[in-house]
Design a binder for this molecule. Structure first.
Ligand SMILES: Cc1ncc(COP(=O)(O)O)c(C=O)c1O
Length: 304
């Protein structure tokens, strides 16, 4: 099995320190209550971020999404963006981390008085946890590519549980992932409620056809930071890019396909439902990967 979040094993992660509500402690001592809203109900919001040479890539964009999500579910963050930045800085310093690091920042509605659903039962104030791990995506996926299977689980309507909410409850995505695994694939390709190709269970999805880059309209999928950066890079560099509806017909017949996400940047897709995508030559994906690396380099230099 491969996943887009596969990283080389790094034994330093056995002794990382984790931020829990202001304390930074060894991972074995990092604990939250069984009454925590996140554990009990999946009532929380998270962000995945990456550290390059001491700079958290696109921190402002991640924070915009994070604060917007917290506002949507009426969850008080308890600090501002500068407070989050400081907590992340302290956690990275405690771990002596400067690069090749992935951060999962999680905020829940906090500890409940009773094991029931009502948000008013969460009276402790929010729980903030920051996990940072040394992590480098495996190189193998870049040449081999990932295998997708189209799954029966679809993306939800925004008035059910808006897929733009990076909520602690990822059951919709997890069910899709299980279905993909049962089909012998690495990750699930999910359709929207109309049957158009939308996203995978953990990453945004792009195809390349006749030199054009296509991705879904943006409805029903995570408003991925990397997704937007790829769209912007295409626009700035004369690569035709379209956010549009398309079906499996155009997807199976694509010349290239790739996934985007903070962890893996752009991950090539080798096959979908057992059908190889294109010839295995991926010139447009390679160009976008090079442009993205350059963007990160410039961004890090500007923030340093
Ligand atoms: C379902 C899903 N799609 C896509 C992404 C990628 O988003 P980003 O590029 O902001 O990492 C994520 C990351 O959290 C996700 O959970």
């Amino acid at each position: 099995m491969s996943t887009t979040h596969e990283a080389d094993e790094d034994i330093r992660n056995r002794d990382i320190k984790i931020y829990v509500n202001g304390d930074i402690v060894h991972r074995d001592a990092a604990k939250v209550s069984v009454y925590d809203s996140g554990f009990m109900l999946g009532d929380g919001i998270w962000e995945g971020m990456r550290l390059y040479d001491g700079v958290w890539a696109f921190f402002d964009e991640h924070m915009d999404r994070f604060f917007n999500s917290c506002k949507t579910i009426s969850m008080d963050v308890g600090m501002d963006k500068a407070g989050i930045a400081q907590a992340m800085k302290d956690t990275a310093a405690a771990n002596d981390m400067t690069g090749d690091v992935h951060c999962r920042l999680m905020l829940t509605r906090g500890i409940k008085d009773k094991p029931f659903q009502h948000p008013q039962l969460s009276t402790s104030g929010p729980t903030l946890v920051i996990i940072m791990e040394h992590s480098k995506p495996v190189d193998r996926l870049q040449s081999a590519g990932i295998r997708l299977a189209t799954v029966p689980q679809v993306r939800g309507m925004p008035m059910a549980q808006d897929p733009k909410l990076n909520s602690h409850s990822k059951l919709n995505c997890i069910i899709a992932c299980l279905q993909a695994e049962a089909a012998g694939a690495d990750e699930g390709l999910m359709l929207d409620p109309q049957g158009f190709v939308n996203t995978t269970n953990a990453c945004n999805f792009f195809i390349v056809r006749r030199g054009e880059v296509w991705t879904s309209t943006g409805d029903y999928c995570m408003n991925g930071v990397t997704r937007q950066k790829v769209i912007d890079l295409c626009r700035e560099n004369g690569i035709p890019v379209f956010e549009k509806n398309f079906s499996l017909y155009e997807t199976y017949g694509a010349d290239e396909a790739f996934l985007t996400g903070t962890f893996g940047a752009q991950t090539p897709v080798a096959e979908i439902d057992g059908k190889p995508i294109g010839t295995g030559e991926r010139p447009v994906t390679a160009r976008i990967q090079a442009l993205y690396k350059e963007l990160i380099r410039d961004h890090v230099a500007a923030q340093s």
